[in-house]
Design a protein around this ligand. Sequence first.
Ligand SMILES: NC(=O)c1ccc[n+]([C@@H]2O[C@H](COP(=O)([O-])OP(=O)(O)OC[C@H]3O[C@@H](n4cnc5c(N)ncnc54)[C@H](OP(=O)(O)O)[C@@H]3O)[C@@H](O)[C@H]2O)c1
Length: 325
Amino acid sequence: MREYNWATLGCGVIANQLAQAMEAKGRRLYSVANRTYEKAVVFAERYGIEKVYDNLDEVFADDAVDIIYISTPHNTHISYLRKALESGKHVLCEKSITLNTEELTEAVELAERNHVVLAEAMTIFHMPIYKTLRERIQSGSLGELRLIQMNFGSYKEYNMENRFFNRELAGGALLDIGVYALSFVRWFMSSKPDQILSQVKFASTGVDEQAAILLKNQQEEMATVILSLHAKQPKRGTIAFDKGYIELFDYPRGEEAVITYTEDGQKEVVKAGATAKALEYEVEDMEKAVLGEADEMHLDYTRDVMDMMTSIRKEWGMKYPEEEA
Ligand SMILES: NC(=O)c1ccc[n+]([C@@H]2O[C@H](COP(=O)([O-])OP(=O)(O)OC[C@H]3O[C@@H](n4cnc5c(N)ncnc54)[C@H](OP(=O)(O)O)[C@@H]3O)[C@@H](O)[C@H]2O)c1
């Protein structure tokens, strides 16, 4: 398969993981663009990357770049998406891909107009365990889907300056971790939930620290999602059917699930993929999409999740500075 030239825009925690995923595949990122040039230089030295841009914007004009990986804070994504897509670059953008549906719609239109692939780096859509479980569900052995439970708890220190609680950096539980929980729900549900109720607890900065969300779709499949930025929760998702249930562990980068068939109590362990390879799977699926071989990026799900998050925040009356008229 053709190897594409990847540029990373941003060189923080998750960009390091991408560079390591490339290394694990015996490859290297082609270039790095970053707000702070000195950090880009250190990053490039660490991973043997040949090109560092003096000015971040140079990445968009570099003809050698095929795919740009955007890994800056959420609220900066749309401005980089505009520039990258208008320059004809394919883009894999970290979650949450945009702040809201309006921004995502604009990015999708730009990608279509420029005939490039736009995708969110949503691990869940690329880990083999999710694909394997979906095949198992589609075989019909578990019956009809009834309920999904997906909680995500992450303990972040009460530092109101960091990106998790900082409104100026589009902080809050929904965009940071809720996006995973809702992507999990959307992956297994037959259609986008169209009825949503929620409760929220705000941090002192005005971003959502905790939330509880109830969802139902046209097929009357239901889900509950409980989020916290200041309390850990077990990394477990359950998906219940009329003939059994699935427990998926170490979500979102899981590699193992247990299926319990409730009619006879039989249990089956399902293993697929490896947690450590999460970003490698994303890279592989992205390159297949760019090549036109297969589209497993699920931008349709990304759009559904963004619609849900946008309507939930609307109910809460919670706006980011960029959204205030
Ligand atoms: N950490 C994770 O486990 C993880 C996992 C999945 C997805 N993500 C997503 O990836 C993104 C980045 O997360 P991270 O944990 O890697 O963050 P991080 O370690 O804080 O790195 C942030 C990067 O963005 C740059 N940046 C910060 N503010 C900026 C601004 N206003 N304009 C331009 N660039 C700016 C920083 O540049 P400087 O060097 O100049 O500070 C740095 O390169 C977020 O969207 C997050 O949701 C993170």
